[in-house]
Design a protein around this ligand. Structure first.
Ligand SMILES: NC(=O)C1=CN([C@@H]2O[C@H](COP(=O)(O)OP(=O)(O)OC[C@H]3O[C@@H](n4cnc5c(N)ncnc54)[C@H](OP(=O)(O)O)[C@@H]3O)[C@@H](O)[C@H]2O)C=CC1
Ligand SMILES: CC(C)(CO)C(=O)C(=O)O
Length: 350
């Protein structure tokens, strides 16, 4: 029997590493959840064997209702709440696909890295868009099986409406998402999303370029400076785009109002609380699977915002350049790439 909720029909578009584990929590809580994914083998595996979620100290298994993307066109009853958990670069088309089956008073929640709430709002309308910060480390290498490295007691989310008139309803969405972790409802989701992007600019693509687990990358002193520099430039971009410094991911109230020290604090918190010794960033997982990573949506956005304001983002520009070479097959994914990034950093600070 399905639980009574203000959102009787829930969908996830994108049920990879992150979407699958959160949607599994909702399913096990008795909610009506539809899993929609573009990876055919994953949908077939979930239909045949259900979904398995491996966590540090327990394993979940549940039958799920899974649809291929092409089956969205067959949906008769609209969804009241849609969690968008595809990669940031897939947001626009995914929002267009879901729009015809989104209830008039429904919401799309952009549970992703990157400033995806803006693209979602352009497509489904500001009044139906909720921005979200997600902090969980997870990975998916096999169809039907996701590994979530942070159980619900150490998973963290922030939610905020784009349209202030809808903000009171965000609490109802938070109550649903609390099946999967701690949820903070924030008034200023633009700033919260930027604070996450700041730490993402430092950690994701830089550690992926050197084909190294996040914690190992951050343990290399000179490479840590490279990562921090990318984060400092991202903080500049955040401030230039109207964001204010605010604590996220369960950090204590801001310890420092110095923007660069604040970048260091968020980064330390990710390493201390969320990232495990073997955590590969979502971007390195993409590259090891031969897929595209969120380069333009994270480091590329920093370059674009600062350059549009007549400022420079030389560390992020270099990160984007090397990432594009990797994606074009012109550069090998290797720890040896560290030398070039470190040399570039040294040139900037001399
Ligand atoms: N994984 C992590 O640790 C973290 C991820 N995030 C963010 O969460 C969002 C979702 O990321 P995440 O869940 O990691 O992404 P995944 O790549 O695991 O899943 C996204 C989607 O990619 C497709 N996909 C994944 N693997 C394959 C494959 N081998 N072959 C074909 N298709 C595949 C699937 O379809 P489809 O494209 O339809 O979705 C999947 O749903 C991103 O914005 C990410 O930055 C944030 C914090 C940490
Ligand atoms: C948790 C982590 C480091 C894992 O990839 C991540 O991707 C993020 O902070 O967005």
């Amino acid at each position: 029997m399905t639980k009574h909720t203000p959102f009787p029909r829930i969908a996830f578009i994108g049920t990879g590493a992150q979407g699958a584990s959160i949607a599994a929590d909702f399913t096990l809580a008795g909610l009506d959840v539809t899993f929609i994914d573009q990876w055919p083998a994953h949908v077939e595996a979930m239909r045949a064997n259900g979904l398995t979620v491996n966590m540090p100290t327990r394993q979940l298994h549940t039958p799920v209702k899974a649809l291929h993307l092409c089956e969205i066109a067959e949906i008769k009853e609209p969804f009241d709440l849609v969690f968008m958990v595809v990669k940031a670069y897939d947001t626009r088309w995914a929002a267009e696909m879901i729009k015809p089956v989104l209830a008039e008073h429904g919401f799309v929640v952009g549970l992703q890295n990157g400033m995806t709430q803006e693209a979602i709002a352009e497509i489904v309308g500001k009044h139906r868009t909720i921005g979200a910060v997600i902090e969980i480390a997870s990975n998916m290498w096999e169809p039907g099986i996701t590994t979530r490295q942070n159980d619900t007691d150490e998973s963290w989310f922030a939610l905020g409406a784009l349209d202030p008139e809808q903000q009171p309803r965000v609490e109802e969405v938070a109550n649903i998402l609390r099946h999967s972790g701690t949820v903070e409802v924030v008034e200023d989701i633009h700033s919260a999303k930027w604070m996450k992007l700041v730490v993402n600019a430092a950690e994701l693509i830089p550690s992926a370029i050197i084909d190294t687990a996040l914690n190992d990358a951050a343990r290399q002193p000179e490479f840590l400076e490279v990562m921090r520099k990318a984060g400092y430039e991202a903080m500049d971009a955040a401030l230039a785009d109207g964001a204010t410094v605010m604590p996220i991911i369960g950090m204590p109230p801001v310890m420092s109002n110095h923007p660069e020290r604040f970048v260091d604090e968020i980064f330390d918190e990710v390493l201390r609380t969320f990232s495990r010794e073997d955590t590969l960033t979502t971007s390195l997982q993409d590259w090891r699977k031969g897929r595209r990573a969120e380069v333009d949506e994270v480091n590329g956005l920093v370059v674009d915002i600062l350059e549009a304001k007549g400022k420079a983002a030389p560390m992020n520009r270099k990160v984007v350049e090397m990432a594009k070479e990797i994606e074009a097959g012109k550069r090998v994914l290797s720890p040896a790439n560290s030398d070039e990034l470190v040399a570039h950093y040294r040139g900037l600070v001399q």
